[in-house]
Ligand binder design. Structure first.
Ligand code: NAP
Ligand code: G4F
Length: 347
């Protein structure tokens, strides 16, 4: 049987690595788009590249979402049946510092892929997945957010992703492209970027526990997030492209925790006994055994505007895609700690 071909923009990111493995295990040929960088940026997919079982079906190519000609050439050259757009300037806080670039990559980048599909007359041949986000709900007051919840983004990142969402929907309706928006809530893993809060917390606490680091500095401890595992979420992306009709789906766990609660679960698992003292920016955590302050807050990690509360309702995905999350927050944290402990062997 002829192998299906998939093209992944953002292959070197957390989700790109999980999705590549998932598709290769389904016998796809995977073309991954990496961007040029002055330092090697393929660490997350190096194991795939070296694995004899995957190697011949996994091909990395250069491209950039800010470069329309590279996108067009890549699609022409690889002739994929499925395109996953996972590429983005994905850090919310950083999007306040590089708003125009974030809009260019996240917003216009999506349009560039859709236009390439159209220019190559692939409207009826290619299926397209757009990596949307719960950040689009922004300042929502809904207790649970689903596909019907209005968007009110509160960051340049959130706004850029709203453009990508609507342009994907627009090209689906105007040109009949099989294009889906996944509206994914936060999903983490041992290979999550080190500046996102879950990885930063786990990495920091493991280093503190092993005496490689003295303190962990955080921002807002009271925002709430619905955290799942990236491995489960890439399966949902694929399922969206296997339906009869394209549609948009919310993917989340339906549970929410504050950053402080995440810290409390993680410290307990590591056998660190902590006590919180102080309020606001002066709030800190003390290690009861050593009596040392191990967590403090810093203004620089706060955002000009915050998404206070996220909790996803994935009923539609459960019903139509037969998707549900497999990994609890406990197992996620266990896996992240285990990975970090192994990593730290190198110190
Ligand atoms: P990530 O780890 O930050 O990966 C982003 C990927 O995009 C990387 O491969 C990055 O390349 C690439 N990229 C950045 N700018 C690019 C450009 N100009 N041209 C081509 N590629 C570019 O993000 P992730 O966590 O895997 O998330 C995947 C997607 O889902 C993103 O679009 C994100 O916004 C969205 N999303 C994520 C979550 C989540 O909780 N993880 C939730 C909802 C939506 P480098 O490796 O070279 O930097
Ligand atoms: O881990 P975060 O940076 O993730 P955030 O902002 O929720 O965005 C992530 O999830 C989105 C889905 O909803 C994705 F679309 C997006 O691409 C990204 O993957 O921050 C989580 C929360 C925020 O409320 C932040 O203010 O943690 C708070 N926080 C507290 N201290 C911190 C820190 N965030 C970071 N990054 N670093 C801190 O020191």
């Amino acid at each position: 049987m002829k192998k299906k071909k998939a093209l992944i923009f953002g292959v070197t990111g957390q989700d790109g690595a999980y999705l590549s493995k998932f598709l290769l295990n389904k016998n796809y040929i995977v073309y991954g788009v990496k961007r040029r960088s002055s330092i090697i940026n393929t660490q997350r997919v190096d194991d795939i590249y070296k694995d004899i079982n995957y190697k011949s079906n996994f091909i990395l190519l250069y491209g950039d979402l800010t470069d329309a000609s590279s996108i067009l050439n890549l699609i022409k050259k690889t002739n994929p049946r499925e395109i996953y757009n996972l590429a983005a300037q994905s850090h919310v806080k950083v999007s306040f510092e590089v708003p125009e670039y974030s809009a260019d990559v996240n917003g216009l980048g999506t349009l560039r892929i859709l236009e390439a599909i159209r220019s190559l007359n692939l409207e009826k041949k290619v299926k397209f997945y757009q990596a949307g986000t719960s950040e689009m709900f922004g300042s929502t007051k809904e207790k649970f957010q689903n596909e019907k919840t209005s968007f009110h983004p509160v960051s340049p990142y959130g706004v850029s992703k709203c453009f990508a969402h609507w342009i994907t929907k627009n090209y689906r309706e105007a040109y009949g492209i099989y294009a889906c928006n996944g509206i994914l809530f936060n999903h983490e893993s041992p290979i999550r970027g080190e500046t996102f809060v879950t990885r930063k917390i786990i990495q920091g606490l493991v280093r503190i526990k092993q005496n490689y680091q003295k303190k962990l500095f955080l921002g807002n401890l009271y925002s709430k997030r619905d955290w799942g595992h990236a491995r489960d979420y890439v399966e949902a992306m694929w399922k969206m492209l296997q339906q009869k009709k394209p549609d948009d789906y919310v993917i989340g766990t339906g549970k929410t925790f504050t950053i402080k609660e995440f810290v409390n679960i993680a410290t307990k698992k590591m056998g660190l006994n902590i006590k919180w003292i102080g309020r606001g920016i002066k709030e800190k955590a003390i290690d009861i055994k050593s009596k040392k302050i191990i967590i403090e807050c810093r203004k620089r990690y706060f955002r000009p505007l915050e998404v206070d509360y996220l909790k996803g309702n994935a009923t539609k995905a459960k019903k139509i895609l037969k998707w549900s999350p497999k990994t609890s927050i406990d197992s996620l944290i266990d896996e992240m700690i285990k990975h970090e402990l192994n990593n730290n062997d190198q110190y």
